[in-house]
Design a protein around this ligand. Structure first.
Ligand code: C2O
Ligand code: CU
Length: 475
């Protein structure tokens, strides 16, 4: 990647390099060191990928740069990045930088924030990530298929000082529905599924392939960045014999804490950073299971300890918090309050709930927000559900009036999680995606400091595209 990047250094970059320019002609190497921003190139195209392992025929996927997941983008907090995306597909695409607080025209929503990238075209995304943390990027165009076929990758924004661990590991999780011969099953957008749990697959991968396990050493302390990149699958991970400590949610630092009953719960699009002290027995293998869907628990991967004895004695078990990100603290005494009701979906008896009298419900819609069903991945002229004055303090109460779970994602912001069903959320947690169980009511707050048109939608992709989407306008 880096040689590609350097060849992409364009005239503007050289100009921005300012004083370095004089030396540039003579010492091209010197300019590299001074390149003021990170440069990446992504090409979205069809590829083959060994999802089921190297011994099985590859699966035809849509991916960035031919790899699953897409290349790891790793940048520094507060340093500009430019990512040129070329569309090698035969349909339009865009890329959304999920969780990054960036200018609206870089947010990647087709029609709403940019003209889609047509086949053969290139669009350069440029932004400066204000927050350090674990983020990800994914297609926001024909998302069911483009995300469902593999167009996603990790995006890590590094803290100024590395967090004190021995290793920093990413597990990007994804869920595929594969046919017996290992190809992606057709049938995206099935209306019945869309009104229920969405397209949950049959094969969960870690970093693009079925996992044989993570090789670890006794005595290590690792930071594990979990990213749920699934279309619809909610995950609850248990680490047999280990006690994960959560240090960040959706990229945003929180007070280090152990999750409720040891389960790390991740809705689609959510990220959780955990610290794991590896105090298992050398030579042993420990299961990492997902038991979110009770009768369907399965092994995601293993922690495979090598046989050597611990590299060091057991550490003390205190965990430093990550340094805070520069987020404005909402002032609740002055907050404007809005109610966001999530409606629709199938009930027990096969009835659609709460959708009876909805006049503006699109024909293919199964869900709605406050009585409106906005369908698709984004398009021009999406009317805002709310217009929020720039700089105002906003509190949203999201009420899940359906019988299904919904991970609700707000673009362009990280909100503070205030309370769930009247109980305040502990550990100072923030997020850009909040998972609501059936009937949950969750209060979140933020300062509307980022102007633009921002999508608020469920990240179970079938729900998003069949009505559970809206736009919040900040101006
Ligand atoms: Cu990751 Cu509009 O979403
Ligand atoms: Cu949903």
């Amino acid at each position: 990647m880096s040689s590609l990047c350097h060849s992409m250094v364009d005239r503007r970059t050289l100009l921005q390099a300012g004083a370095g320019l004089a030396a540039a002609g003579m010492f091209p190497g010197a300019v590299r060191a001074q390149t003021p921003r990170a440069e990446y190139n992504l090409v979205a195209a069809i590829a083959r990928s060994p999802i089921l392992g190297e011994r099985r025929p590859g699966t035809e996927v849509w991916s960035y740069n031919g790899s699953l997941p897409g290349p790891e983008i790793r940048v520094r907090q507060g340093k500009p990045v430019r990512i040129a995306v070329r569309n090698g597909l035969s349909e339009d695409t865009t890329v959304h930088w999920h969780g990054i607080r960036l200018p609206n025209n870089m947010d990647g929503v087709p029609g709403l924030t940019q003209r889609p990238i047509a086949p053969g075209e290139t669009f350069a995304y440029e932004f400066t990530p204000p927050d350090a943390g674990t983020f990800w990027y994914h297609s926001h165009s024909n998302s069911l298929q483009q995300l469902g076929r593999g167009l996603a990758g990790p995006l890590i924004v590094e803290e100024a000082e590395p967090y004190p661990v021995d290793r920093d590991i990413i597990w990007m999780l994804a869920d595929w529905r594969l046919t017996p011969d290992g190809q992606i099953a057709p049938g995206f957008g099935n209306a019945m599924e869309a009104a229920m749990s969405g397209r949950v697959g049959n094969t969960v991968t870690v970093n693009g392939a079925i996992s044989n396990g993570e090789q670890v050493h006794a005595g290590e302390r690792i930071r594990l960045r979990l990213i749920n990149g699934a279309l619809a699958r909610i995950m609850a991970l248990r680490f047999e014999g280990h006690q994960p400590v959560i240090i960040a949610v959706d990229g945003q630092p929180c007070e280090p804490h152990q999750p409720a009953d040891g389960r790390v719960l991740l809705g689609p699009a959510m990220r959780i950073d955990i610290v794991l002290d590896l105090q298992g027995e050398p030579g042993r293998r420990y299961v990492v299971r997902d038991d979110f869907y009770e009768d369907l628990a399965y092994t995601v991967t293993h922690l495979n300890y090598n046989a050597t004895s611990p590299t060091r004695a057991i550490r003390d078990d205190s965990f430093a918090p990550l340094p805070g990100n520069p987020l404005q603290e909402p002032d609740l005494t002055r907050a404007e309050r809005h109610q966001i009701n999530l409606q629709g979906g199938m009930m027990g008896g096969g009835m659609m709930s709460g959708m009876g009298g909805m006049s503006d419900m699109a024909h293919d819609a199964s869900w709605s927000i406050n009585g409106h069903s906005m369908t698709g991945d984004g398009h021009a002229n999406m009317p805002p559900l709310l217009t929020l004055p720039r700089g105002s303090n906003i509190m949203l109460t999201m009420h899940n009036q359906t019988a299904w779970w919904h991970p609700m994602h707000l673009h362009g912001y990280s909100f503070k999680l205030l309370s769930r069903n009247g109980v305040s959320v502990p550990y100072n947690q923030r997020g850009d995606t909040v998972l609501l169980a059936p009937k949950d009511a969750v209060d979140v707050a933020f300062v509307a400091d980022n102007p633009g048109e921002w999508m608020l939608h469920c990240h179970i992709t079938d729900h998003q595209v069949s009505g559970m989407s809206s736009v919040l306008q900040v101006r």
